[in-house]
Write a protein that binds this ligand. Sequence first.
Ligand code: SF4
Ligand code: SF4
Length: 351
Amino acid sequence: MRTTPRILSSEKIMKTIKKDKINTVLDFLIKKYQVFGPVQKDDLVVDFGRIQNGAQACLEFSNTNEPAKKLFFPQAETLFSYTGSDAAQVSELKPEKPRIIFGMRPCDAKSLSLLDAVFDGPDYKDPYYIVKRKNTTIFTLACRRPRSNCFCDSLGIGPFSKKDTDVFMADLGDRYVFEPITPGGADILNKIPGLENARPTDAERLKNLRSEAESKVARKVDLDNLPEKLARIFDHPFWDGIHQKCLGCGICTYLCPTCHCFDIVDEQKDDKGRRIRIWDSCSYPTFTLEASGHNPRATGKERMRQRLMHKFRYFVENYGEIACVGCGRCINHCPVGSDLIREIENINNLK
Ligand code: SF4
Ligand code: SF4
């Protein structure tokens, strides 16, 4: 698993830049790095995209529709390809130009540490994920406008969390402030021209903005002893009702920053072929369909139970943490209004 190197507190010198000069920071970074950041896709949607010049970044947003997981674990990824009948040649995975993801929210930064446990753990190493992860520096942007279904602080994260990032940024109103968190982040910050040292009053201002943002995280949920509660209710009639309105569309899993199930597909045409890894979803009826025709999760009941059990029980048993960062995307985008927080409250209320 990726360990985050720390810098000495004496080296944590905060820098600032006027908001109307932020494009110059991005333009500088673009010369040396592939920079990805929030980009306005249409009137309502902001998502991560490659930024070719600073003016393309949209830093006034609540959160992106999609998390940044696709930049580490793409929705479809060719693992290798071959021609003719020779054994497939797997070319060595080489890092591309170093990458910066600029403006990721703290909840999404935390989700990467959860994906690290899966793709870069002691037992399994996924080279396709690891090469991208090691090649990427994260600049998180504190969240001043949490959305109505955000509940990150119930997961111990919070809109101003400085964990799991290389550089922490916040919008002070007239300026952006940058705080180096890792040596790699400090090294990049030290090279950016035009940054000024933060003012003595900025730390207090940051503290007040943090309290203000935390007070706007309206939804909360009690997660105490949830894995144990789930272990007790595997056969409870509760599961007979919870899935009834679910369409099995998979949106809740595709937009979830921590969902990571995938399938492997081989494609061949004439003498050319390739092996592709594609996202899969426990919400799909075919997810566990076996070649014999037997399906251990034959109905929506078993599939919905699996989704909650995996996030809030099995992941805790396997990796010691809940596989949810409280981003609220699965609630915001479910076409039939399935509400994860309400379901957890219902579980908490079961006798
Ligand atoms: S987004 Fe809603 S309808 Fe779609 S699979 Fe998830 S819970 Fe079911
Ligand atoms: S389960 Fe829902 S709230 Fe939790 S991280 Fe996934 S999308 Fe976000």
